[in-house]
Design a protein around this ligand. Structure first.
Ligand SMILES: Cc1cc2nc3c(=O)[nH]c(=O)nc-3n(C[C@H](O)[C@H](O)[C@H](O)COP(=O)(O)OP(=O)(O)OC[C@H]3O[C@@H](n4cnc5c(N)ncnc54)[C@H](O)[C@@H]3O)c2cc1C
Length: 389
């Protein structure tokens, strides 16, 4: 029997998890699994604010992570997909273009920053959605002297983490945070009060109910006509997916995310699965999942298990996908664990202080560890692929 060719695009939290889990679910002789990624080591995106403040992160080479698993790593940039002919075009440095044929595709290319078309952002602002972006910001921060202003735009989870991390690491800088609404307004009372208290303690100036309309080299403009001086502007107003899926015949949403069913299978192309930030997934309460590791990793488990079960002709299992908490670092010594409902609404309860910082650190470590151990606690039952699948 010919091996079933599975190509997984992207080795972030979700693609790497999906590839490893599929390899543990199906018999080695029956499948050929290729994982395509642009970089040779795993990037812990959830720690990019740490990298931006000059902290060293542990290197996690894929060659070690996937040694002996049956997953073949292809280091290359994905440039196009033909979802009807079932091919992916990739470009490896120095090796030119190559076409990879697949029987089943798992799309996990994640996301990058979203400049939202605000004038000047693409030229003057920094981003921490990627490693190159975080390293550039780190260089810029190192050039700044005492008293120079840094403005973080966007006070969601990423902006809060970035502003507090910078303020803690560089107390000599004048850090400001621009929030479209009230600071932490989605949190419950205890969590909101804690975020305010920590921001105050770290000397962060918060501009609430403010909209940035333009970014220049030395300032940001607010809609109300005010200007906030800035020697380094950090743009954290959300993530946007890469345009590759949108350029295919795959059904995508307005956001460019691949539209999938409950098993992460594309609605338009049943031989394609999409996971993580790249997928538009309906979560609890019918709300789309937010781009996060917290919900992205379970989508990878679900896709891997559904794909393997279908190939083996077995019943498709359902992996629970829901939220439990929002884990926010507020520098290295402070944190907030905001407990939430299944559909991500804040409950009253929250953990704060050093315990929360430690909890968050364990969550980050656990997320990276889980990528290398995608079936921990579950029987790694390797099924045979059914003939003709
Ligand atoms: C600073 C920061 C803090 C965060 N904190 C949290 C948090 O506390 N909790 C939480 O749940 N979420 C957090 N997130 C969000 C979380 O990191 C993302 O939701 C998560 O990384 C999505 O996983 P993914 O596998 O879909 O994509 P990614 O992790 O982005 O992985 C995509 C992979 O695809 C590769 N790739 C992309 N394009 C190509 C291409 N064309 N060719 C080849 N390879 C390509 C990339 O190199 C990468 O390896 C944070 C994000 C940031 C930036």
């Amino acid at each position: 029997m010919q091996q079933h060719r599975i190509v997984v695009l992207g080795a972030g939290y979700t693609g790497a998890t999906a590839a490893g889990r599929i390899a543990k679910r199906l018999h080695r002789d029956d499948v050929d699994i290729t994982l395509v990624n642009a970089e040779p080591d795993f990037v812990e995106r959830v720690r990019m604010h740490q990298l931006a403040t000059g902290q060293e992160l542990r290197t996690r080479p894929f060659a070690e992570m996937f040694a002996g698993t049956g997953v073949r790593l292809k280091l290359a940039q994905v440039t196009a997909i033909d979802a009807d002919r079932k091919t992916v075009t990739v470009e490896a440095t120095g090796a030119g273009e190559e076409s990879l044929a697949y029987d089943t595709l798992v799309y996990a290319l994640g996301s990058g920053w979203d400049d939202q078309g605000v004038p000047g952002v693409d030229r003057h602002a920094h981003q921490i959605a990627s490693r190159p972006g975080a390293l550039r910001l780190s260089e810029r921060l190192a050039q700044l002297g005492a008293g120079q202003p840094v403005v973080v735009v966007g006070a969601g989870l990423t902006g809060l983490e970035a502003a507090t991390e910078i303020a803690e690491a560089r107390p000599d800088l004048d850090v400001a945070l621009v929030a479209r609404g009230g600071l932490g307004d989605w949190l419950a009372d205890k969590g909101r009060a804690h975020v305010r208290e920590v921001a105050g303690r770290l000397g962060i100036t918060v501009h609430e109910h403010a909209e940035v309309t333009a970014v220049d080299a030395d300032q940001v403009a607010l809609a109300e006509g005010r200007f906030v001086p800035s020697a380094a502007t950090v743009w954290t107003t959300g993530f946007a997916v890469h345009p590759i899926a949108k350029a295919t015949t795959l059904e995508v949403s307005d956001t460019g995310q691949i539209v999938v069913d409950r098993t992460m299978r594309s609605l338009s192309h049943p031989d394609v699965y999409a996971v993580g930030d790249a997928a538009l997934v309906e979560g609890p309460g019918g709300k789309p999942l937010r781009m996060s590791c917290a919900s992205g990793v379970p989508t990878a488990w679900q896709a891997a298990d559904a794909l393997a079960a279908r190939l083996a002709g077995a019943e498709v299992p359902t992996v629970p996908i829901r939220y439990f908490n929002q884990c926010v670092s507020l520098g290295r010594k402070e944190g907030l664990i905001q407990y939430v409902t299944a559909d991500d609404r804040a409950k009253k309860a929250a953990l704060t202080g050093r315990t929360a910082a430690l909890y968050k650190e364990l969550v980050c470590k656990g997320a990276a560890w889980g990528v290398a151990h995608p079936t921990v606690g579950m029987p790694a039952r390797r099924r045979r692929v059914a003939p003709g699948a």
